[in-house]
Structure formats: C-alpha cells, structure tokens
Design a binder for this molecule. Structure first.
Ligand code: PRX
Length: 638
C-alpha cells in the first residue's frame, strides 16, 4: 500500500435488483437507510441498544473508549460476561433446551454419509464436560489451547469449552501442514492441543493426529493432547500426554459455572496471512465480539426462529468463528455443518443437503459458486431448492457473472444475495446490505448501521465518486480486533497508513448511491500505463466469457507500461486453448473492461495456486513468473 491508487472503476455498473416479495415479507430491517442514519447519528447509543439484547453478569459504565494514538479500543468498559452464556445457557433457560443447535452432515468416505443432531441442552452439557476436562488438565483463564480438528460438532464444543473457562482458543484449519501448525502452536504458547484422529475429504482419510505428532515433536510446552477419535478403528494413544476425548469428557460433570470475565477478556487468537511471511494472530474478545457478530448475523440474513442455516465455511477461518459458531449460536439458530468437498461424490452435494434439510439461508463464497457454475445448471436443477430464502457471499469480490448464476440457478430469482464485506480483523460484517434492500451484483453494498466507511487517498481525503482509493473505516465497531498477539507494532500499522482511519488494505470505489465495490487487496492492484486496474476486474471480465471457468491475473514489470497484465486461465470442459481463443479472450477483456486492461499474455493452465480457503494466491504466480521466492506459502493448498 505504497501510493494512492489512481484507478477508475472499469467494470460496467450492473443492474439493480429490487428485493423480492419473499425477502420483504420476512425482513427484520425494513428501512435500512433510516436505521443507518439513526445509528450513525450516535453509534455508541446504537451499539448499546444491541448489547442490551444479550446477558451480562454486570453492566458497563461506558460503551466505548477509543484512543487514537497509539490505537486502543475497549467496548462495554467494566462489564462482566461470558460469551457461552449467550450462546448456550440463555437458550436452555428460555425454553429452547431441545432445539437443535447443530446438524452434522458428515462425509464418511466412499460416499457414505451419516448425520448427527445436537440440541442446545446437549451442547451445553458436553461443553461443560469438556471445560471441566480442560480444567483437570491444568488449563485456566488466559491459557491458550490450539484446536486442530475435522468438521464435526466436537470442534465448536472444544471452542466453547475454552471460552467457558476463560481460556483462549486458537483454531488452526485442519488443512494446514505440520510446520504451519507448529508455528501457530509455538506463537500462541498453547499448553494443550485438541485434535481429531482423522478427517475425510473426497473419500480419503486425512491423518490429522499424525500431523499433530509431527508438529508437536520436541515441543515440551504442549503438556496434553486431547484426541477426538472420529475413525472407526481407534488409533493408539500414548498416555499420560495423550488422552481420549470421549473417555475424558464422559468422566466429567456436565455442570461447569461459566467464568465471570471482563468484556475485554480475549476469546480467541486466529492466525491470518499478511503480505509478509509470518502469520498474524488476530485477537478478539468476549463482549464486543458477541454483540457485533450476533447483531449482523441476524439483520443481514433475516434470521427467523425456525430457520435452518448453512454456512459452508470451516470453523478454522474467521467466517466459521463468527458466522458458523458464535453469531448463529448467540441467536439460537439451527446450524448445519456439512463436512467434505462441494463436488464429492458429485457437484450436487450441497443442493442435495439443501433439499434434505430444507435449508433457508445459504452462505458461501464466490470461488465455490464459480466452481459449481463450471459443472453446469443441471446439478442445482435436480433438487428442490424452494426452501431457500436468503443467499450470502463472502471472502472476495463476486463477479456479476457468478452473482447472476447464483441468483438464477440457486435462488430461482427470489432470494436476495447478501454480499458481506469484512475481514479476520473486523470480526463482523462492516459493509453489506440487508435482504430487503436493493442489491447491485458485484457490490457488497453500503456500510452497515453504526459503521462509517469511505474510499480515500493516501492523505485520507475522500476520492471522487467512482474513483478508486483505499477502503477505510472511520468509526469503531464492537467486534474489531483488539491487538495482534505478540506484535503490537503490526496492529498499530492498520491505523498508521492513512491519518485517522482504519486502513483495510483493500482498494475500492464508491458509487453515487454509496455502494462500495472492492477491487481487491491493495497489493493485488496493477499499475498499467499509469492506470491502476484491479486484478479482480480483469478476472471478472475473463470469467464472464463462456470458455473460462477460472482466471487469475498478475501484474508483471514492463519497461514501457510500468506493468503488463498476465492472465492464467482454466478453461471450461469442452474448450481448447490455442491462438484463436487467446485472441478471443484478449478482445473480450477489451470489450468488457477497457483496452488498457487487455492481458499481454494468457496462459492456459489446469489449476491455480489457492489457499485452503479457496483464494487464488496471485503472489505465488507472480513469484513463479519472476523467478523469485514466493514468501509465506503455508496457506497454499497444493
Ligand atoms: O479483500 C477483502 C476480501 O477478503 C479480505 C479479508 O480476508 P479474510 O480476513 O481472510 O476474511 C475473509 C472472510 C471475511 C478483505 O480485505 N473480502 C472479504 N469479503 C469480501 C471481500 N472482497 C470483496 N467482497 C467481499 N464481500
């Protein structure tokens, strides 16, 4: 993020989609503009109102305390709480003990599936047993616990058990390799690791315990390893360091008083990649995080009491933390956990699940949608998707092509698509519209109530409408990160780049209606002949061509233009790469976007380097092109 971007949005403004009658009928927020105005007139009062919906042991004496330099924030100052009381006890006491909290649709290998349902009452008892087991291992308030598990209900149980006793969970996605896991265990200083013995993916067994063995070899700081045996043949455990989950939990009482915690007590560390090699341990806390996630989850998805909610993210990522576990549970939702890949045993897997359980809210990623598009319309057409009411998207800009496909083939033209912009650092949605509000494909919409967002230049001056600049947040919000574990300098850096603002690291535009459009990360933006062009824009143009399934674009140094554009393209089945198609695609970008955005080179490739969460790692492509070291590739899938 060195210079002010000087791009104008080259992407054509798309259609506006008015809310469907179906969306209006169940709307929680009916006048989004009025609510935003009211909230922005006095954000602390607005957030205080949301906080009053939750349970606290002791109230706050100040809603928010913000110090600009060095940046330091506290929300609900002086309040005492425990997030698990809001996620569990409250529902059990309010007549929802037997409501289903989680439905687990498991992959069991060889395309055999099983399911398990866990009610709020059962969940609370198991969380308490796990919390008591952790206490017996010597884990207490402030201690860190690394969790490395397959997607089963045991994963959220382990997270909630840590929270119950004031320990800090550090979930590491089950797809990370041993060195990446070790780095995170060491950085967090975890004394206990909770893992699964194995997981399934596309019918194959993944030996998670083997990876934990390798990651913890010689790490004496790790005193205990609690193993959830998911496989059918129990693996051998080496006591006293290694303990069996079921045996250990069964021996404990199902009652465990929640630790009374300061609202600012850390809830978790979650590691995320930055531009440098070392992952950042983003720190979130009990109080504000509970308020920010639950409120946004409710209004952006119009959550109804009997909804079945499916978010396809793994709890190993922030989306899983905020919108699979905490937000939905605080709202008392029924959450579907779907294990396995989207195309196994066939690309109808998710639609089959939607039909079987009558899913009402489906929240996924543009990468997944594009992958599913590639398999054709016949898969969603095979299943009854009429239960769906609201669709969601997160993680990257959704290209209008994918948005329209999703809207037509999954939502059948009736379901609003809520595009949610946020980050590991922000903890909660910041830019998104609500289902009752008009949507523009490819745009996450406006800032949410209580959030002041803008697009500015390097000095912090708002840029002209439609011009590109840095996406910044000028207000504070309850679920914002509190620090970066062991690296306060890096934390401070978010407020130091642009005066008076939180710099998200994204480049964006804002249109005349106040709708934002994210062009990509500041480091994913190219400078071609003085024009800054979002890699995402060129990619969007490429994938709007019927021959293209996926595309990744990088800028290469060019002596004449500063940078030239190189594209890597995966073709749809039935298309062949060659000079003819190369010319066609180049002129397609020219027509769709602009002559300045035409790729100078296009490579047809069978796959793209991606993070395990599905994001294309352009950095790796660029390094490969330039013959330099790619930096941190611990998140690379393959
Ligand atoms: O560049 C933005 C992109 O993802 C980044 C945050 O990544 P991460 O912390 O991994 O969190 C992903 C899940 C919240 C942002 O800086 N991003 C996220 N959501 C969107 C998005 N870009 C465009 N549209 C979105 N809806």
């Amino acid at each position: 993020m060195s210079e002010t971007p000087n791009l104008s949005s080259l992407q054509k403004e798309g259609e506006i989609f008015a809310p469907s009658a179906q969306a209006l009928e169940k709307a929680i927020v009916t006048d989004f503009d009025a609510l935003r105005e009211e909230a922005n007139a006095n954000p602390p009062a607005f957030w205080e109102r949301q906080a009053r919906e939750l349970e606290w042991f002791e109230p706050w004496n100040e809603v928010v305390k913000w110090q600009a330099s060095p940046p330091k924030v506290e929300w609900f100052v002086g309040a005492k709480c425990n997030i698990t009381v809001n996620a569990l006890d409250r529902h059990v006491q309010n007549g929802n003990r037997n409501k289903v909290a989680f439905i687990w649709a498991a992959e069991e290998g060889e395309a055999v599936y099983k399911e398990k349902k866990v009610t709020y009452g059962e969940l609370l008892r198991r969380v308490n047993q796990c919390a008591n087991a952790l206490k017996a291992m010597g884990v207490g308030k402030g201690d860190r616990v690394t969790i490395y598990m397959a997607l089963t209900p045991a994963l959220p149980i382990a997270m909630l058990a840590c929270a119950r006793i004031g320990a800090i969970h550090c979930v590491v996605y089950g797809g990370f390799s041993a060195p990446a896991l070790r780095q995170r265990i060491e950085d967090s200083g975890s004394k206990v690791v909770i893992c699964s013995d194995m997981g399934y993916r596309r019918g194959k067994r993944i030996d998670l315990k083997g990876i934990v063995d390798e990651a913890t070899r010689g790490l004496h700081e790790v005193e205990k390893i609690l193993v959830f045996r998911r496989g059918h043949t129990p693996i051998e455990l080496h006591e006293p360091r290694e303990l069996d989950w079921n045996e250990t939990l069964d021996a404990q009482s199902p009652h465990c008083e929640p630790e009374v915690l300061d609202a600012e007590h850390p809830l978790f560390y979650l590691y995320t990649s930055g531009t440098t090699g070392k992952p950042k341990g983003i720190v979130h806390v009990h109080g504000g995080y509970a308020v920010g996630t639950s409120y946004t989850h409710k209004i952006c998805f119009d959550l109804q009491p009997d909804d079945i909610y499916l978010c396809t993210a793994d709890p190993g990522w922030i989306t899983g933390h905020s919108y699979v576990v905490y937000g939905p549970l605080i709202n008392g939702a029924t959450v579907l956990l779907v294990e396995g890949a989207l195309d196994f045993p066939d690309p109808g897997r998710w639609w089959k699940v939607v039909e079987k359980y009558g899913v009402n809210i489906f929240y996924s990623t543009p990468t997944a949608i594009r992958a599913l598009m590639r398999f054709g319309e016949e898969y969603p057409a095979k299943y009854d998707l009429s239960s769906l009411r609201v669709l969601g998207s997160v993680g990257e800009p959704i290209n209008p092509e994918a948005w329209l496909w999703f809207h037509k083939n999954v939502g059948k033209g009736n379901c609003p698509i809520v595009d949610t912009w946020w980050q590991t650092e922000t903890g909660q949605f910041l830019i998104a519209t609500v289902p009752s509000y008009p949507a523009k494909p490819g745009s996450p919409g406006k800032a949410l109530p209580g959030i002041v967002a803008d697009v500015v230049d390097r000095e912090g001056n708002p840029v002209e409408t439609g011009k590109g600049g840095f996406l910044v947040i000028k207000s504070q919000w309850p679920a914002m990160m509190r620090t970066i574990s062991g690296d306060v300098e890096r934390y401070n850096g978010y407020w130091e780049l642009i005066p008076g603002c939180y710099a998200a690291g994204d480049v964006a535009t804002k249109d005349e209606d106040g709708y934002f459009r994210v062009m990509g990360r500041a480091d994913d933006v190219m400078n071609v002949s003085g024009y800054r062009i979002g890699t995402a824009e060129v990619e969007s143009a490429l994938v709007s061509h019927p021959a293209v399934a996926e595309a990744a674009v990088i800028g290469k140094p060019d002596p004449l233009k500063g940078e030239s554009i190189k594209a890597f393209v995966i073709l749809r089945d039935g298309f062949e790469g060659g000079d003819e198609l190369l010319k066609t695609l180049t002129s397609h970008v020219r027509v769709e976007l602009s002559p300045i955005a035409m790729p100078a080179e296009i490579d047809f490739v069978p796959s793209l380097p991606k993070t395990r969460s599905g994001k294309i790692m352009r950095r790796v492509l660029k390094a490969q092109e330039l013959g330099v070291a790619p930096g941190d590739i611990s998140t690379l899938e393959d």
